[in-house]
Design a protein around this ligand. Structure first.
Ligand code: TYD
Ligand code: MG
Length: 450
């Protein structure tokens, strides 16, 4: 907390002095010095050369959970507040318990407020996860004032609340989980975190369709918003930062839910490709960037032609790709490459629950669509990398070398890339093309060659 600087000031001449004295050093009057509670706080202090600013306390500290630290760009910052959001049952409490116990094992004092589960339940889970450790304290509580009192009594370095929707501030006339309660409790906990320089995590249940959205009202107030995602039926879990005041937001954390909790995934590309089927039209692989890490993912398209009469409102379904980007590529395929997809339902998806928002995946998605449309499978060992412009031209993308090298490492042998892109990648034969039309033609996917 910012300490207020006190000094003394002469009531006669106004001269200031850091220590009290019986007589003013400036005008010589006696008993005129009075305490002056200055308005300068230490934080708002004097202008300081940047290299002399002490940032020690604000440096991130690793949690010890590698994939979490990757997303947090190093770890948690003292006094920071993180909102951990995700669907019910996705694994938020598990991730939290593993991170907290790892912090406690590193010597920190950690308090977990259990608003949804009893403390014996949490203890049993910690035993199963191998996460039982001394510095981790539990309290089952949902009342804001007593939670604040627990924090004041224990003075933890880290506080976690599971979940913010379970809490109630008795001064607010509204049920737990309501926007008013979430806002009031969140606001108080953010203040507490700042006052005590105590890193805080608030768990919030949030659904994609927005039916559970309360915690989102806190997004502007907290420092970091993490989203924990995945398909309930798959073991893969993805952690991403939607907002992060202390670093980049482009890192992706990957976990696998196992019997003994969440395990970091070291080679995600291999995991994403393990179920890929050979010789299926509409499938292609694209190297995308997750922050600084290239990730090779499979894109799939399915095109279902409609009878002329029903084709007024063809379906467009995009999973993991932006609907706007899908529409744009369909239009470019139609206008610049002669592929008529207007009378068909079109489904596009990225395998494994990954979201691809980069234009660098344009060429791959367009080729998947063209392949699905013509029924001609693409070569199994082909990767595509390039942005598609409205004129049908192909544009180079950033980190093309790193992306394609990762594909080569995974055993891909050919790459289709913009003519302006890389000329050579070890282990990968490059097919360099100028336009989407040329790409489609060279791969035997144009309507005339099909
Ligand atoms: P949980 O962390 O309770 O989810 P949330 O807090 O987001 O609601 O995790 C719920 C699911 O995770 C539950 O269905 C069981 C599964 N799970 C495992 O598969 N292995 C484990 O070791 C644990 C603790 C949970
Ligand atoms: Mg939970």
């Amino acid at each position: 907390m910012a300490r207020v600087r006190t000094s003394y000031r002469c009531g006669g001449c106004g001269a200031g002095t850091p220590r009290w004295a019986g007589r003013c050093h400036a005008c010589g009057d006696w008993n005129t010095l009075v305490e002056d509670v200055g308005t300068r706080r230490e934080n708002a202090g004097r202008p300081t050369p940047i290299a002399e600013v002490d940032a020690g306390r604000w440096r991130a500290r690793p949690t010890g959970v590698g994939e979490l630290d990757r997303v947090l760009a190093g770890g948690v910052v003292p006094g920071s507040v993180t909102l951990l959001g995700g669907e019910p049952g996705i694994g938020k409490s598990t991730l939290l318990l593993q991170a907290l116990s790892s912090l406690a094992a590193g010597g920190a004092r950690v308090l977990l407020v259990c608003g949804e589960e009893s403390t014996p339940q949490v203890r049993l889970r910690a035993e199963r996860l191998g996460a039982l450790c001394d510095g981790l304290w539990l309290v089952a509580d949902t009342e804001l004032p007593s939670i604040v009192a627990s924090v004041e009594e224990l003075a933890p370095d880290h506080l976690a609340v599971d979940s913010i929707q379970a809490l109630a501030d008795p001064d607010v006339d509204s049920t737990p989980g309501s926007v008013a309660q979430v806002r009031a409790c969140g606001h108080r906990l953010v203040r507490l975190a700042k006052e005590r320089a105590m890193a805080t995590v608030l768990v919030g249940h949030v659904t994609k369709d927005g039916s559970l959205a309360g915690p989102r009202v806190l997004e502007h107030e907290v420092d970091t918003v993490l989203s924990f995602e995945g398909e309930r039926h798959h073991a893969l879990r993805l952690l991403r930062a939607l907002k992060h005041r202390f670093g980049a937001t482009d890192g992706l954390g990957l976990f696998e839910m196992t019997d003994t909790g969440l395990a970091g995934v070291d080679d995600p590309s291999a995991l994403f490709l393990v179920d890929r089927r050979a010789g299926v039209a509409g499938s292609i692989v694209a190297p995308v960037m997750d922050g600084s890490r290239p990730l090779v993912v499979e894109l799939q398209a399915l095109v279902a032609p409609l009878p002329e009469k029903t084709a007024l409102n063809p379906r467009r379904s995009a999973q993991g790709v932006e609907p706007g980007r899908l529409a744009l590529l369909l239009a470019v395929l139609d206008r610049r490459a002669g592929l008529r997809l207007a009378n068909a339902d079109v489904y596009a998806s990225v395998v494994g629950g990954v979201r691809v928002t980069e234009p660098a995946a344009d060429l791959a998605l367009a080729l998947a669509l063209a392949s699905a449309h013509t029924g001609v499978p693409l070569p199994q060992d082909l990767v595509a990398c390039g942005e598609v412009g409205l004129a049908g031209e192909l544009r180079q993308v950033n980190h093309a070398g790193r992306r394609l090298a990762e594909a080569a490492r995974l055993g891909f042998r050919s790459g289709i890339v913009p003519a302006s892109g890389p000329e050579r990648i070890d282990g990968l034969g490059l097919l360099r093309v100028r336009t989407l039309h040329e790409a489609v033609t060279r791969l035997g996917l144009s309507p005339s060659s099909a």
